[in-house]
Design a protein. Structure first.
Length: 103
């Protein structure tokens, strides 16, 4: 079942510049591809100079856990970003643009 993962970063170090550095460390570029095929969509919104929200839609919680352990966790080692507050929601439905491969 697809899930949404919301990660709220708040406090010293929770800046857009630090976010940009972190995603580059994972091999990502703004508006580019996500490094994990289990990720269906990712976006980030700045709420203040020291607070931002990241939202991801994943094919399943299993994909999220593997990404967290193998890519995200190691990439964040030594990062100035604070630990986020993470909330996970199961999805009943989501829509995608036409022409994409089925899940």
């Amino acid at each position: 079942m697809a899930i949404v993962v919301e990660a709220e970063f708040s406090g010293p170090g929770a800046t857009a510049a630090n976010y940009d550095t972190a995603i580059k460390k994972m091999g990502c570029l703004p508006a580019g591809r996500h490094p994990d095929p289990g990720n269906l969509f990712h976006w980030m919104r700045v709420e203040s100079p020291t607070k931002f929200l990241v939202v991801d839609v994943w094919k399943s919680e299993e994909y999220w856990k593997v990404f967290l352990q193998n890519i995200l966790g190691p990439s964040m080692a030594g990062s100035p970003l604070p630990q986020p507050t993470i909330t996970i929601h199961e999805l009943h439905n989501f829509l995608r643009a036409g022409g994409l491969d089925p899940l």
